[in-house]
Design a binder for this molecule. Structure first.
Ligand code: NAD
Ligand code: WQD
Length: 340
């Protein structure tokens, strides 16, 4: 019988890159995804890149019976849980959709895991759970305070996982707080394929570079930062994916409920990102200054010491590599996986 890692949301941006790294590390996997924000083609490309096939199950994590049957059928004792909705603005417009998909979906997963006696879980949390910075860089013991419904869902799921571990110490849990994932696999075969107008900085710049958008809107240049634009911690998605492999190795060896930042530990401003991306493309990309975006903070970035100490993991790819890899993906696949 198989003994696979179930990857919920494995057809998505971070999930597909993590599947590559899990396969490269020798794990067997199965993907469980409803493709609400992804394309099965991503899984096909992961199989090509790794020269290895794996089951891809179409399903919704809120379908507890189907999920339980899937875990049992593949004898999965470990789950990497990416499945969720992630658009901050949309979460304020339709909070019920977000609480239902993200929180009810995670509860359903935990019920299925209990039924199938699967007790290892790695969860995609976010630096958004730290809210307005009280100090920087954020360490894992920074107070937790979400400021929008999306962030609330991440904080609620973290609390559910902490309580689950307290009541059932056999559950081994890694809560990974991602900073700003970007870039793509260096093959240019998999990457981020946003549906509609991108909200996030790097996919937006990438579409300016292809001519799909006329100019980058810089949301504010009057922040108290050296060049006035917002500062974030951009982390290459392949570094992030490798962090999941390290987290699985850790929880297989250690009991407990781990909370850890996955960031590079370095901040970059919007103007620095635009300059680095322009360098990757080989020409200056157009931009215009606009008013601040509601809800944005001036700056945040990670203290990544805990991941280095416990997981023996650190981000190694530079902002220039992030931009070069992102551009290779975008220029080879201007419409994402559409039409392939
Ligand atoms: P993504 O949208 O590319 O991937 C999410 C995947 O989950 C998609 O394939 C989608 O189809 C699937 N999915 C959504 N709801 C589902 C459901 N109910 N049942 C089954 N599948 C479902 O997003 P991503 O950027 O790869 O993010 C993955 C995870 O990481 C998410 O939980 C997200 O909140 C979290 N995260 C992302 C970022 C980021 O900036 N990308 C930062 C921090 C945390
Ligand atoms: C980065 C910087 C913008 C777009 C979001 C979520 C967070 C996490 C990561 C999931 C900011 C500026 C952006 C544009 C711009 N996701 N910007 N023009 O807001 O740090 O984080 O994604 O968990 O929860 O909130 O990322 O890429 O949207 O913005 O000037 O068109 O780029 O103001 O300073 P953010 P982002």
């Amino acid at each position: 019988m198989d003994n696979r890692i179930l990857v919920t949301g494995g057809a998505g941006y971070i999930g597909s890159h993590t599947c590559v790294e899990l396969l490269n590390a020798g794990y067997d996997i199965a993907v469980y995804d409803n493709f609400i924000n992804s394309d099965p083609e991503a899984c096909a490309r992961v199989m090509q890149l790794c020269d290895k096939a794996f089951p891809v199950i179409e399903g919704d994590v809120r379908d507890t019976a189907h999920l339980t049957a899937t875990l049992k059928a593949h004898n999965c004792k470990t789950v990497v849980h990416f499945a969720g909705l992630k658009a901050v603005g949309e979460s304020s417009e339709d909070p019920v959709k977000y609480y239902d998909n993200n929180v009810a979906g995670s509860l359903s997963l935990l019920k299925a895991m209990q039924a199938a006696e699967a007790t290892n879980i790695v969860f995609s949390s976010s630096a958004t759970v730290y809210g307005e910075p009280e100090f920087l860089p954020y360490t894992e013991d920074h107070p937790l305070r979400a400021t929008n419904p999306y962030g609330q869902t991440k904080l609620m799921i973290e609390n559910i996982l902490r309580d689950t571990h307290s009541a059932n110490p056999q559950f081994r849990i890694a809560i990974l707080r991602y900073f700003n994932p970007c870039g793509a696999h260096q093959s240019g075969r998999i990457g981020e394929a946003p549906k509609g107008v991108p909200n996030n900085l790097m996919p937006y710049i990438a579409q300016v570079a292809t001519g799909q958008r006329d100019a980058l809107n810089i949301w504010g240049n009057d922040y108290p930062t050296p060049d006035g634009t917002g500062i974030r911690d951009y982390i290459h998605v392949v570094d992030l994916a490798k962090g999941h492999v390290s987290a699985i190795a850790y929880i297989l060896e250690h009991e407990g409920c781990l909370e850890v930042n996955l960031g590079s530990g370095r901040g970059a401003s919007v103007l620095e990102v635009l300059k680095a991306f322009s360098k990757a493309v080989g020409r200056d990309l157009p931009s215009r200054i606009k008013a601040r975006r509601p809800g944005d903070v001036a700056a945040y970035y990670a203290n990544a010491d805990k991941a280095r100490a416990l997981l023996n993991w650190q981000a190694s790819r530079s902002l220039d590599e992030i931009c070069a890899d992102h551009w290779r993906w975008q220029s080879n696949n201007p419409n994402g996986y559409e039409g392939t």
